[in-house]
Design a protein around this ligand. Structure first.
Ligand code: SF4
Length: 266
């Protein structure tokens, strides 16, 4: 586990790395390739997956951004006794369709074994949450937060129910969301907003009014909202909002709207 500059958590923990979504703005992929090296001459599993049983001496991403299970990291949360807010798999999409269910279950079990921490998960494939829940593999823990990344208003996402905390990360914000939007749902407990970083050609810089629209919705709906530092040049310090939802009450249920959306994509 590592300390992090990500403003909405204390630490990141990456028992699984690598991702196949192929987002053109991906920062994690650049980092992984900076520290890759193919020092281990092992054949990948079907699907190009890799498993590392032992901690590699160096580099930390021997298979670059190919999906890799670092099994030796599973004990990390239990080894830290002081409770932290941990972003699980900041260098992967743990719930990507290519990730074996066994990997996910092993990671969730490691979280359950260290209940002193708060765990934040984030995916671009939230229907995997639903699939796991339907076979009773998604823990209903108070210290687990299930997040969905939404870069545009049509993105599928998971809303909270009376037994889940859920949040939405609008990062990078690639356009206006518009209100009402399917991404604004009364069952979602927290909104994070961030702008694309780096100097990619075609980089989208959000307009102040796009951000303000989300904030206005959250204000009206009584939801916490968190702006990442990447919005500072757009909002100015006076316009920044940094709220955490940890004390909010759970409530609501799977909305019919979201269930319909999941059914539509299945
Ligand atoms: S989902 Fe995240 S980790 Fe995966 S390619 Fe996109 S930005 Fe990178």
């Amino acid at each position: 586990m590592n300390d992090t500059k990500i403003e909405w958590c204390d630490m990141t923990w990456n028992p699984v790395t690598g991702c196949l979504h192929g987002c053109e703005y991906c920062y994690a992929k650049k980092v992984a390739h900076r520290f890759d090296g193919k020092v281990f001459d092992t054949s990948p599993l079907p699907g190009g997956l890799h498993v590392l049983e032992d901690r590699p001496p160096w580099p930390p991403y021997p298979y670059g951004f190919a999906p890799t299970f670092h099994r030796y990291r599973l004990g990390d949360p239990a080894s830290k006794t002081k409770g932290k807010t941990i972003f699980v798999c900041s260098m992967a999409d743990l719930f990507g369709s290519w990730v074996p269910t066994k990997w996910i279950v092993d990671v969730l079990d490691a979280c359950l074994a260290a209940p002193q921490h708060r765990y934040l998960f984030l995916t671009k494939n939230p229907k995997r949450y639903l699939e796991l829940n339907e076979v009773a593999l998604l823990p209903h823990q108070d210290n687990f937060w299930y997040g969905s990344t939404a870069t545009n208003p049509e993105t599928d996402l998971m809303a909270w129910s009376d037994s889940f905390h859920t949040f939405v990360s609008i990062e990078p914000m690639l356009g206006p969301f518009g209100v009402p939007s399917p991404s604004f749902n009364h069952n979602i407990g927290w909104y994070i907003i961030g702008a694309e970083t780096g100097n990619r050609k075609g980089k989208v810089v959000p307009k102040k009014e796009w951000v303000q629209e989300v904030v206005d919705y959250c204000r009206e709906a009584g939801k916490p909202v968190f702006m990442k530092d990447s919005l500072l040049p757009i909002m100015g310090e006076a316009g920044m909002v940094r709220e955490f939802p940890w004390n909010m009450k759970k409530g609501g249920a799977w909305s019919d709207h979201l269930r319909n959306r999941f059914e539509r994509v299945e």
